[in-house]
Structures are given as structure tokens and as C-alpha cells.
Design a protein around this ligand. Sequence first.
Ligand code: URA
Length: 440
Amino acid sequence: VTEIRGLIERKKRGEALDADELRALCRTVVDGSVPDYQLAAWLMAVCWRGMDAAETLALTRGMVATGATLDWRDLDRPTVDKHSTGGVGDKTSLVLVPLLAAAGLAFVKMSGRGLGHTGGTLDKLESIPGFTVTLPLERMRAQVRRIGCALVGQSAELVPADGRLYALRDVTATVDCVPLIASSIMSKKLAGGAGAIVLDVKWGAGAFMQSADEARELAAALVGIGGGADRRTRAILSPMSEPLGRAVGNALEVREAIDTLRGGGPPELWTLTRELGSHAMVLAGAAPDLPAAVGRLEALRDSGAAAARLEALIEAQGGDPRVVEEPERLPAAPHRELFTAEGDGGWIRRVDARGVADAALALGAGRRIKTAPVDPAVGVVLRVRTGDRVAAGQPLAAIHARGAEAAAAAVERLRVAISLSDEPVPTPEAGFEIVAGAVA
Ligand code: URA
């Protein structure tokens, strides 16, 4: 207990802790020998004083060492992983995992659940009838050997230190600290064992990072850790001011992901998936360059191979694979109504991601507290994007609700989220920016 006091003191003065000290500190996080208040004091000191790159890498390694790590070296194909810092309507993993598996890579995606305004991949997957997100390790390994992919919940055996630290950060206002975010994210990626890692770092009103500069700083920290741990790592900065794609809500998002894998869906979802996927292929050595990777991904989509791989994935995890050919088998909400433009119409000035997420939350698509259930069927499907011209009375979104009362609550929120202008508004560019590490 005296030792941790010394570490807190030194961090408070702005000194860097060394790898041995950070490893020991992480061990105390899981062995319970240090009380919450001391860990919280250290976390707050890190927030104020920061950590340099070497220290952030050492903290990440210390966190990884608190739990199990996965080893895929016996596989006959390269392994990839992906992380998104989260946004509204982000169903990219549902498209990317089967797509890259069809491209010959091994992709085990461990995901989380939604909380607040961000959705969670696990909640989306569970809207597929029968689908299970918990697989015993040996079954998961056999599945990856057979079909190259798995989509599961984050294993509690990997990085147990992260669970306690994150819970403490949540209640001590120490979440928004770059070295703490970066070590939390990358410790789970390193423990997952993939050789190549792509990171989708989102910025904007609907994202964790509000500005491109903040996203750049986080991306540099993430890529620095990846490179320092000998993983080929790249970050793609992508804007998140409006939702990604059109659908926000669990089954609705699965349906949009299926459409996208089959060559339909909103173009911006495919554009981001292709960007992340092509970088993953190059990093993993599965394509010589980005144009070749893009060509291969498009061919896998157009031939139906990627959609077939999603069917195989759903079947392997107990779900009904017929949803891929017949998405109407997904849960559907009983009450539908259209949200229409008021006044004389005009141009869409803004589709605020958080506002749309609030509407989906009001319908029951998300959860306000960790333990709440989600309604798989409900949500919002946008009919417009920023810059679109709309006529008076034109539908701006479709609301999928349990009943009229919930739909009315969603309408109230959409009225604030979607704003119109009398003047033309430019369509936002996709605007990706790549942050690559020394070994990527
Ligand atoms: N996601 C994580 O996994 N950890 C953080 O600290 C923030 C986002």
C-alpha cells in the first residue's frame, strides 16, 4: 500500500513510471491488494500529467499480463482484428468480418454491448434469431479454422485489469484521457492475438473524440502501442457527425449490413468497410497494395462469397442463416410511421448523430443503464443525409416502434436532430485520414 502511494506521488509530479512499476501496479488491480481510492488517485494523476509513448506501451503490456492471451500461430492464414471507437449506426464489423474471412484472413472480433448513445455489435447480432455471442474457446478455435471468423463477446479472461480500471474511470471522470483510452483499447487487441490491426477512430459530434485533432492524438497513441508490440497497425480517422448509413437500431442495422454485403445498402457504409478492409488486407500481407485489395473485396461482395460467409458464421453460432436471403425473418416492429419535413422544405443542414441516437434510445433500441434489455426490432431508418434537397412534407425518416407513444417520443427528438436550411448545403466528404505506425 505504501508502494502505490509512491507511484501516485511520482505521477502527480509528472514523472514517468517504468515498465516494472506499471506491471506491478496492474497486478494489484486484479489481485485486489490496492483499494479503489488509490487506483482512482493514480488514474486522475495520469489524466493531469499524461504518459509518454514508452509509458503508455508499458501500461498496456502490464494490463495484457493480467490475463490470458490468444495464440493463433497454428492457423494456416494471417489474423486480423479491428476496433472502432464507436459511433451511431456503426455496423461495419457485421460487414467486415465475413468479408475478410471470405478473403482468406482469420478474423475473431470481440465486441461489446451498447450503452447510452452508442450501439453495440453484440446487441445487433443477438437480434438474429438463435445467434449466440458466447462460445467456449475450443469451439471458437474450431470455428475459425473452418470458416475463418467468429463474432463474440469480449472474453473476461483477457485483460481482467481493464474491467476494474474502466469501471473506476467511469465514476471518477477519468475516461477521456488518451493514454488510458489507448491502453484500454490496445490491451484487448494485443491479448486477442491478431498480427494486423485496423482502428477506426471516429471524430465529430456523434463520437467519443469531438475534433479531428483529438482523434489524431488518440490514433497516434493507438498505432504507437501496436507498433511497439510488433503488430502491424493502422488507424483510419473517419468523421461521425451524422449516423453511419441509414439504419439505427439492432435488427434494422443487421438488415443494412446484409444489404451492403450483397452489393446494396448506403454507399458510405461500403466506402468505410472497403477502406478498413483494404488496409487490413495489405497489413496482413494478403494483398500487394490497396487497389488490389479493393478489387478483391469488391469481387467477394459481387460474387456472393461474402454474404455466403455471413450465412456460415450465423449458422456456426446457432443463428438462423436464412436471414441473409430473407431479411424479413429478422424481428420487426409492429408500429411504423414516417417522420416528415415541416414547413416549405429546403436542404438538410444537419442530421445530428446524437439526436438520432436519442430517438432510437427513446424507442428502446439502446440502454441507459448497463443492465437494461434492448428491443431488437425498433429504431430509426433515415431517408436523408446532410446536403439533400427535400420538398415540403417529404419523409425524412421511418420510425419503427412498439407503439404510437414511443413513436411520438422519437418524433420529438428527430425534430431537434434533423435541421433544415433555406440555402443549399454541401454534401460532406467521406474524408478518411490514415495514421500508420513505423511497421505498418
Ligand atoms: N473503449 C475502450 O475499450 N476503452 C476505453 O477506455 C474507451 C473506449
